[in-house]
Design a protein around this ligand. Structure first.
Ligand code: ADP
Ligand code: MG
Length: 714
């Protein structure tokens, strides 16, 4: 096969010597230059993001069919596709649950059934007993052993049998109206174009040799049509060296895009915020405890960044309860000490309130003015707060997303702190930064995650940030003991709550989200509170859920904190931040509905005081195998980093990172879990390229991220 319209397949006039032997415009060659591609087909291809011949080349098979060999019937495995050959022994219409044509096929090694639910009389007449057939399809376990439903078949000419396929048959990611045969011919045409137009090899020779990598073109040719002796298992798992070669380049492209983004921000000016030692001393003296070693180390890392002229971009990771807030407060102090404002943004109202309380208690005694901005303020209060921000009277402002609405104007914000709970992707991070920029001065940015992020994910999703890790809990914490109990034993659990509260231990009872509906969940929480009140008449029971007014929620939280409430029934709104050291028992209903990170975050609400704490995971049976596995992880580990890794393994990067970031992390070929061991090489390769081949970097990003790299443009 050749390029359909060779006249168009010419070397680009834009050829530069920066890219190996001359850039060829396969990326500029629209799919419509291929045979049989008109505007309608081009539209369908565009749905898959395929615009150019090069896009087709990089649209790789998601799996393969092996039609290169005949599998003896006796060696067939269920749920795999295979070519089989055999003689028809019987062929009858049966009337079981559904009328079907059933054909028994036999070879020297075994027997299988071919089953057709739709068939014509002519078809039945063609399947004569004694005829030899060759079929292709997927073997499934059926009523009579292994069965093939509607296989492809042809009768076999013993004298001159059709040759089998010489290569594995690719199966491409498809979309409606695009058939596999169509995609296969297009891919074959695209591969044929490589004969005339070598595709630019973007990885420098040194790097390729170091990584023992095959040339890109060889990998592409091979993967679109692997030979019959290829390692099928390896290919199906995405672990073939040629696939890994491409996965490496794709991961590299993503990594580079983040590093380039970061580089862009580093040409911006930031205020130099060297620490105000006096202020810091006064702050530390009023604390009832000493900083942990980890808090000191991390604070020093942040202080170094803040004192630079370029904007800090730092991710602060630490397990639940490791004391991130205090580190953030120290950073805030540096900004305030130099006359700059600080904006602290929390993902929820409750957490924002909590921060306001904490920061208020720490900073107001030092004479620092706090501001407060959420979506729920009255118009008058809001106007007043906005004025205090614009005038610079409010030095540290705490709030929710409302902080970054257009009408919010700061006098001079020098530091933005985001308690983000995995909610922001690269684009959001960038736009927050731009909002804070004024008169060419860009604020520093500190991002705190609510729970640790698995290393593989932070290496890729957060490559544009520096990372600080608090790897030590404050002293005197007793680890939470977790037990897993079925709803069938709810009565015993209620009894346990009674005993705990009788001993003066406060308890959380958490109701989990029902079908993404806050209303239903709130109703369930109300019902639970009521039934618990009936079962435990002696206790003061409070209720917090997302449908309550801010005031009501706050009142319940304050009452719980002051000990006026024994048992707090809540939805997962209390997930983050809430800090009541005397609470030492938590019941989580239907924990199987939540992700591990979220469970860990919830559980982190207890175990904050000196008392031994307990967490009861009250699951609804029956549990799925994965559900059981996840609860086991919770029972066995209290370490947020371990739990994050398990969460990644069990649920995949999309779930762990959250929707916003998943968009940033969509790969064509790479798989963060499978290819985790490539990441270190990717990091090193990216550094080398940035240093020595800066122009190549742009090309690599363009090739793999194409349109998605909008955020790279200044
Ligand atoms: P997280 O990292 O989960 O945000 P917080 O900042 O809310 O943790 O801190 C959890 C609790 O630990 C708070 O009550 C805080 O006052 C307390 N704390 C923080 N640092 C220390 C420390 N060095 N020693 C003792 N307690 C601390
Ligand atoms: Mg916190």
């Amino acid at each position: 096969m050749r390029c359909a319209r060779p006249s168009i397949c010419v070397v680009s006039p834009r050829t530069t010597d920066t890219v190996n032997q001359g850039i060829v415009s396969l990326e500029r060659l629209p799919v419509t230059t291929l045979k049989g591609v008109g505007p309608r087909l081009a539209d369908k291809l565009a749905k898959l993001g395929l615009h150019s011949v090069q896009d087709l080349l990089f649209h790789l098979p998601s799996r393969y069919l092996d039609r290169t060999r005949v599998t003896p019937l006796g060696a067939l495995q269920p749920n795999t596709s295979a070519v089989i050959e055999g003689e028809i022994r019987t062929c009858d219409i049966t009337y079981g649950r559904r009328r079907s044509l059933v054909c028994r096929l036999q070879d020297g090694t075994g027997t299988v059934t071919l089953r057709f639910f739709h068939f014509s009389a002519a078809q039945k007449d063609g399947l004569v007993v004694g005829t030899r057939l060759r079929c292709f399809g997927e073997a499934r376990r059926g009523a009579s052993g292994l069965e093939f439903y509607h296989p492809e078949y042809e009768s076999l000419d013993e004298q001159a049998p059709q040759p089998l396929e010489a290569r594995l048959t690719p199966v491409y990611p498809a979309t409606e109206g695009l058939t596999q045969p169509r995609l296969r011919t297009l891919a074959a045409q695209a591969v044929a174009c490589l004969d005339h137009h070598p595709l630019a090899e973007l990885l420098p020779e040194t790097l390729r040799r170091q990584l023992h990598q095959v040339p890109l073109v060889d990998a592409l040719r091979y993967l679109h049509a692997p030979p019959r002796n290829a390692q099928v298992d390896q290919l199906m798992a995405g672990e073939h060296p040629y696939q890994q070669r491409l996965a490496y380049e794709e991961l590299l492209a993503h990594h580079l895009s983040l590093l380039l983004l970061r580089r862009q921000t580093q040409v911006e000016q930031a205020p130099q915020l060297s620490p105000d030692n006096k202020l810091e001393q006064r702050f530390l003296q009023q604390l009832p405890f000493q900083l942990t070693g980890a808090q000191q180390r991390v604070s020093a890392e942040i202080a170094t960044d803040l004192a630079k002229r370029t904007p800090m971009l730092r991710l602060l990771q630490g397990d639940v309860g490791s004391g991130k807030t205090l580190v953030a407060a120290l950073a805030a102090l540096a900004a305030v000490g130099r006359g700059f404002q600080v904006a602290i943004m929390a993902p929820t109202e409750i957490l924002a309130e909590q921060h306001r309380t904490n920061f208020g208690a720490w900073l107001e005694p030092l004479g620092i003015e706090l501001g407060w901005l959420t979506g729920r303020l009255s118009a008058g209060r809001r106007r007043a707060e906005l004025e205090r921000l614009a005038s610079g009277e409010a030095q540290v402002v705490v709030g929710t997303h409302a902080l970054f609405q257009n009408e919010v104007v700061f006098a001079n914000v020098g530091l933005i702190i985001i308690d983000e709970q995995h909610r922001f992707g690269v684009h959001q991070r960038l736009s927050l930064r731009q909002k804070g920029a004024q008169n060419g001065v860009c604020p520093h940015q500190l991002i705190m995650t609510a729970t640790p992020i698995p290393r593989t994910l932070s290496m890729s999703a957060y490559a544009d940030l520096d990372t600080s890790i608090i790897d030590e809990l404050p002293p005197g914490r007793t680890p939470v003991t977790t037990v897993v109990i079925s709803q069938d034993r709810r009565g015993q659990v209620v009894e346990r709550v009674r005993e705990a509260c009788a001993q003066g231990r406060q308890t959380y009872w958490v109701c989990t989200l029902i079908e993404e509906s806050e209303t239903l969940t709130a109703q369930a929480a109300e019902a639970t509170a009521q039934s618990l009140q009936e079962a435990l008449p002696g206790l003061n029971i409070g209720l917090v859920h997302g449908r309550l007014k801010g005031k009501e929620k706050e009142a319940a939280m304050v009452a719980f904190k002051e000990g006026a409430i024994d048992l707090l029934v809540a939805t997962t709104v209390i997930e983050v931040g809430v800090d009541v050291p005397n609470a030492s028992l938590m019941i989580i209903e239907n924990p199987e509905r939540l992700g591990l990170a979220q469970l860990h975050q919830l559980r982190g609400r207890v175990g904050r005081g000196a008392q031994a704490s307990h967490c009861v995971l009250l699951y609804g049976s029956p549990l799925s195998r994965q559900g059981r596995e996840r609860l086991r992880v919770m029972r066995e580990s209290n370490d947020g980093f371990v739990i994050a890794e398990e969460d990644l393994r069990l649920r995949g990067p999309g779930e762990v990172l959250g929707t916003r970031q998943t968009g940033d992390m969509q790969f064509k070929i790479a798989d963060l879990l499978r290819d985790a061991d490539l990441l270190l090489q990717v990091q090193q390769g990216a550094q080398l390229l940035l240093r020595e081949h800066p122009i190549q970097c742009q090309h690599i990003v363009q090739r793999w991220l194409g349109e998605n790299r909008r955020y790279l443009q200044v």
